[in-house]
Ligand binder design. Structure first.
Ligand code: UDP
Length: 453
């Protein structure tokens, strides 16, 4: 395909689904705006994405898929983010520098990188680009509220809440402003991934906080009305969301799009959509309780049961479950979530409150039932239930289990709540206006595009 004269942006996500996804969406939008994209995954994720998309070459139109090693051995556990972060920072900068040097020496001018668009969770990429005198933009993949909390860490150290090595000194709720939910210091990501992950992830985040200053443009997937005080606190952070582009070439698992024709057969606003993102893991007891809760709800449901959703084999449903819900319940390994949420049959979304899922739910006007698993998902839950008031919390019982009765009760309560429905539809309208011509996110995106062109 001819790509003469297109500026080539090197896009670099952190190697996790919730980071690759929005950066790929952004890449598709940038292609529409006349750019060429070189999308750089780790080798491990590159292979997954290419296999899931069933690509037979690494160049899809104006998006060229490339990869470098992450430093871990073949077969090592990449969900151990502590070890992964530690290895990446030692190994990847060298590979990145070599790659940019090679591309920029290419005889083909279109191969040459004109700008790096980096996930700020990979702050070291901005350091490499800066040293090589390449233009730089940063993308923050979560709530602006989380960035504010993270930038606040030096003050938390001064206040003795966090120790200088990242460990927690005292558990405390942090409240930065009335429109930002209180955040429990225990939920900082480096404190949620086991003892050995504290140091490497904390160090990475401290470094990212510095590296952000190297970005000439700093954008995020949010919009002003969602978190107004954040954009006053961090004036150089510009919201460009909601991202509504294709996520083609971003999936770690192959999408099962047959669920869309199944949704076509369901009555309008009848289906409970249940999905917990890419990371959440259930124990068998909670998995069974959820299954029975969905059955008890008496409503049609579409449930994403990722191949690694449970600790053990997860195609083992409670006795007779599949038979009893046949026709009414549909389980898939990975759904085209954006299309699912926009489908008129969807009534509500049981979500783990990952930021991408939160934005997708809000921008499609779907009421939310919140079931956070860890880290910033609790912050997003508070945005949903306490600040925007577009969802209800699922609460666990004394044994730490979200029971079948709680699931049924909250589904019924949510679907009867006209206030929540009205508010989420209003938020959807605000979201869509933001990315239409004359919207604030659209304008921020224009400024960004014109700046890096
Ligand atoms: N997703 C999807 N299909 C699924 C489940 C999730 O495409 O069956 C997408 C979802 O639309 C979102 C991303 O995966 O864009 C998950 O990101 P999120 O921030 O919600 O959660 P994380 O995986 O980071 O915990």
């Amino acid at each position: 395909m001819l790509n003469m004269g297109r500026p080539n942006i090197l896009v670099i996500p952190f190697p996790a689904q919730g980071h690759v996804m929005p950066l790929m969406e952004l890449s598709h939008i940038l292609v529409d705006r006349g750019f060429k994209i070189t999308f750089l995954n780790t080798e491990f994720n590159h292979d997954r994405v290419v296999a899931a998309a069933r690509l037979d070459k690494n160049d899809e139109g104006f998006i060229r898929m490339m990869s470098i090693p992450d430093g871990l051995d073949v077969g090592e556990d990449r969900t151990n983010l502590g070890k992964l972060s530690d290895m990446m920072k030692d190994v990847m900068p060298v590979y990145l520098k070599d790659l940019i040097t090679k591309l920029n020496a290419s005889k083909n001018v279109d191969d040459r990188i004109t700008c790096v668009l980096a996930d700020v969770s990979m702050g070291w990429t901005l350091e490499v680009a800066s040293k090589m005198n390449i233009r730089r933009a940063g993308f923050f993949p979560a709530a602006g509220g989380l960035l504010a909390m993270t930038l606040h860490v030096p003050k938390l150290i001064e206040a003795g809440i966090i120790r200088p090595d990242g460990t927690l000194n005292k558990s405390q709720m942090i409240k930065l402003s009335p429109t930002i939910p209180a955040f429990n210091a225990d939920n900082f990501v480096w404190l949620c991934m086991g003892e050995s992950a504290i140091k490497p992830i904390f160090n990475l985040i401290v470094r990212n906080n510095e590296a952000v200053n190297l970005a000439e443009y700093f954008i995020c997937n949010s919009f002003y009305e969602l978190e107004p005080s954040i954009f006053k606190m961090i004036p150089n952070l510009k919201p460009i969301g909601p991202l509504l582009a294709s996520s083609r070439l971003a999936n770690f698992w192959s999408e099962d799009s047959t669920c869309l024709s199944w949704l076509d057969e369901q009555p309008a606003r009848s289906v409970i959509y249940v999905a917990f993102g890419s990371f959440t893991v259930f124990n068998k007891q909670q998995f069974d309780e959820l299954a029975i809760g969905l059955e008890l709800s008496g409503k049609p449901f579409l449930w994403v049961v990722r191949p690694d959703l449970t600790e053990g084999p997860n195609d083992v449903y409670p006795d007779g479950f599949e038979k009893r819900v046949a026709g009414r319940g549909r389980m898939v390994g990975w759904a085209p979530q954006r299309e699912v949420l926009a489908h008129p049959s969807i009534a509500c979304f049981v979500t783990h409150c990952g930021w991408n899922s939160t934005m997708e739910g809000v921008s499609t006007g779907v009421p939310l039932l919140t079931w956070p698993y860890f880290a910033d998902q609790f912050l997003n839950q508070s945005y949903i239930c306490d600040i925007w008031k577009v969802g209800l919390r699922l609460k666990d019982d004394d044994n730490g289990i979200i029971s079948r009765d709680e699931i049924k009760k909250k589904v019924d309560g949510l679907l009867e709540d006209k206030g929540i429905k009205a508010r989420v539809l209003k938020l959807k309208e605000i979201a869509i206006n933001n990315v239409s011509k004359s919207g604030a996110s659209f304008k921020n995106f224009e400024d960004f595009v014109n700046g890096i062109k």
